[in-house]
Ligand binder design. Structure first.
Ligand code: NCD
Length: 396
């Protein structure tokens, strides 16, 4: 299947082969950028970015990517207050208008499934720049690219996902991709901030090996380190921490997503429980890679920045070639380097679900009245249904 005209809303919209094709082309873009080669692939094409949530990296790297491809950009930040949404306009009507102005649209929105709904109403490609706590597929593409660049491969690598795994969208799409590319996952999340059930269920379907801990904590006067394992209630001594860190190829940190906390959660968690500093780094492997989608709050000490293993600003930089490759493919101005086999859509929409409503209160189908909830059958467990927009499991 060709990339031309397609949307990218979930990392599962692309097969493994397609993800590899984007990353191969990104490598080519990277080399062209390094050689200061001029690329005019997108001359006469327009990218529209509409962001209903703050952004530093995603929006500016998409815009820079389009400029580097010779195209033009219209940038619409703070759309929650500056667009007609503030007057009550719907996503559907917004998108039906923007498709008249642009060849491709990048949208970030605070509600889960919002970008999928946008895609249903758009004749031009919609790329999700993050939808609520659901997914951030282009961050995942650049995260995979970073792991490939820094570690040479993904299969068999042990990747620790640390932080707010419940509300963080980057870790949701990354975990799914890691499972699909046969990596191992170690989760380190404060109690109550573990991966949600619907993501856990997807990972189980891929038979991904997951190990879970609740904190990386420095305690006691002697600075010894303990790890608490929530499931067993066990506390391991310092030797175990060294053992754990020795097994990790990648440590991927995320901030607490306080803007998505319920009120009662606000005082529960602290970044200290999974903060990385020089001491912890000293116990990590020499070839470990420290990643973070950024912005950081307190989970990465500044003293870590000087270490060669700190890859997070390199990671942010990879956003340019990866997004250049994606834009060029979706606009049909570049072809994958290798011919692709047909990609079968993996979701089959279930019939007769008109009485079902998504149980996720933050799902777009519970907010935009004209939208119709849709559900798909979980591969391998046809009795289970998931929301087509936010992937939450439906209640029977
Ligand atoms: C992330 C996001 O918006 O989800 N930022 C980004 O795009 N690099 C992570 C975050 O905000 O914590």
């Amino acid at each position: 299947m060709t990339f031309t005209g397609r949307h990218l809303i979930s990392i599962n919209d692309f097969s493994n082969e397609e993800i590899e094709a984007v990353l191969d082309l990104a490598q080519e873009m990277d080399s062209a950028l390094e050689a200061k080669k001029r690329l005019d692939l997108c001359q006469g094409k327009e990218l529209y970015t509409i962001f209903y949530e703050p952004s530093t990296r995603t929006r500016s790297s998409f815009e820079t990517a389009m400029h580097r491809l010779g195209g033009t950009v219209v940038s619409h930040a703070e759309a929650q207050v500056t667009s007609s949404v503030a007057k009550g306009e719907t996503i559907a009507d917004t998108v039906r208008t923007l498709e008249k102005y642009a060849d491709v649209i990048v949208m970030r929105h605070p509600l889960d499934g919002s970008t999928r709904l946008a895609a249903e109403h758009s004749s031009v490609p919609i790329i999700s720049g993050g939808d609520g706590a659901h997914e951030h597929p282009t961050q995942t593409l650049l995260d995979l690219y970073t792991i490939l660049k820094e570690k040479g491969g993904i299969e068999g690598k042990n990747v620790a996902l640390c932080g707010d795994l419940r509300h963080g969208r980057t870790v949701h799409s990354l975990a799914v991709a890691l499972a699909r590319f046969k990596a191992e996952i170690t989760c380190i999340a404060p109690p109550g901030f573990e991966l949600p059930d619907h993501i856990r269920d997807i990972l189980n379907n891929y038979k991904c090996k997951i190990t879970e801990y609740s904190s990386l904590e420095e305690i006691a006067d002697d600075g010894s380190l303990l790890v608490h394992q929530p499931k067993t209630g066990k506390t391991h001594q310092e030797g175990f921490m060294s053992f754990l860190l020795e097994s990790l190829d990648v440590l991927y940190f995320t901030r607490l997503q306080r803007e998505r906390f319920d009120t009662q959660e606000s005082s529960v968690a602290g970044e200290e429980s999974y903060r990385i500093n020089k001491q912890l780094l000293a116990k990590s492997r020499d070839d470990a890679v420290i990643m973070h989608p950024l912005p950081r709050i307190n989970e990465l000490a500044y003293e870590v920045d000087q270490d060669k293993r700190a890859a997070y600003f390199r990671q942010a930089g990879y956003g340019i070639p990866v997004r250049m490759a994606l834009i060029a493919l979706l606009l049909g101005v570049a072809e994958p380097k290798k011919a692709l086999t047909t990609h079968e859509a993996t979701v089959k929409i279930a019939k007769d679900t008109s009485n079902l409503r998504c149980i996720n209160e933050r799902c777009i189908t519970n907010k935009e009245q004209y939208s119709t909830p849709k559900f798909y059958k979980v591969p391998g467990s046809p009795k289970l249904l998931r929301c087509y927009y936010c992937d939450w499991l439906a209640q029977n």
